[in-house]
Design a protein around this ligand. Sequence first.
Ligand SMILES: NC(=O)c1ccc[n+]([C@@H]2O[C@H](COP(=O)([O-])OP(=O)(O)OC[C@H]3O[C@@H](n4cnc5c(N)ncnc54)[C@H](O)[C@@H]3O)[C@@H](O)[C@H]2O)c1
Length: 353
Amino acid sequence: MGAAQNTGPVKVAIAGLGRAGWSIHAMGLKGRQDFQVVAAIDKQPERRAEAEQTFPGCKGYEEWKDFLANPNGAELAIIATQSVAHGPMSIEALKTGLHVLVEKPMAMNVKEADQMIAAAKKAKRILSIHQNYRAHPEFNHLKSIVESGILGKIVELKNSSVHFARRNDWQTLRKYGGGTLNNTCPHTIDQCLQLLGSPVMDVWGDLQKTITSGNAEDHVKVLIRGKNGAVVDMEVTSCCAVKQPQWLIMGTLCTLVREGDEFVIRYLDPAKLPPLKVVDSIAVPDRKYGVIGGETLEWQEKKVQAADPAYKLDFYGCLYDSIRNKKKLLVTPESVREVIRVIALSRKGTKFP
Ligand SMILES: NC(=O)c1ccc[n+]([C@@H]2O[C@H](COP(=O)([O-])OP(=O)(O)OC[C@H]3O[C@@H](n4cnc5c(N)ncnc54)[C@H](O)[C@@H]3O)[C@@H](O)[C@H]2O)c1
């Protein structure tokens, strides 16, 4: 199989030529020198024809099994079909000797994620997941601010991805692995776990179906407590018509909020923060609130461009380096298995098991 090749562009097959497979992957790879699209698998004949016209030498396949039997030199399969198919298709591709980049959600449950990881190890092939926010400038900028220590100890990370929008496509049906928890939340949970920077202790979730059609949830609330004591408070909903700050991070020295295109950072210099000793008395002087004797905190504020291009990573370039140059994966399957575990725990006790 082609995956033994060591030089030149990585030869790619894209399975599923829809919003992700075509608009993100095919268009993202078009014109790149390090990848060559050699196969396209889709049930829709016009989508296969479009791929064959767009990528010289690309072969269209109606059936996934026909592609596996004769992959036209492909080394890497990008799997962008319905979510429920991600696990089985990834395992089949790995067993055939292909590297795999699979769309989110990685899997339908932890057992399936483990089977995928085991299949990759057995086949000695790369398995990565298209958690594309890991390459986004905004996320990496935020991560660098959190890791800089300016926030002090992280108390709470709030993420709100809210809008009021109805939908009626397959993403509203559980039989395809649809629903907001599998669709949008793999991105937000992944980002929150990366920012939390600590193993997960507890997870609580609330899932509701509000305004979309189908039978899957379209309103998600997830609370996560890290071993470090910090809490993630995350909501992704189709049922909120009032904008919320996308990010609000509370730390013992700082509050960061996303406002418009900026991160607004209000912070204290720990060197200028006088020590605070408890006053152990049952009557507070002058019946005043706050620090006894009073204090004025010297707040500083800075505003920085959230999506600062300096923090952008080249997702495909990193994948190329892992395939050709054995560099560490930007998105390891083990790190995304934890996202799948948190998703599974968020379902516990809800009507969407
Ligand atoms: N990472 C991201 O930002 C992102 C964005 C959109 C979608 N996605 C993910 O990508 C996956 C696909 O979503 P979408 O919105 O692109 O769906 P879509 O409905 O737009 O496209 C799916 C395509 O796959 C084809 N298809 C489905 N089953 C097939 C099969 N068995 N064999 C061949 N072709 C098949 C369909 O004909 C269609 O062209 C989902 O799992 C979704 O979660 C990820």
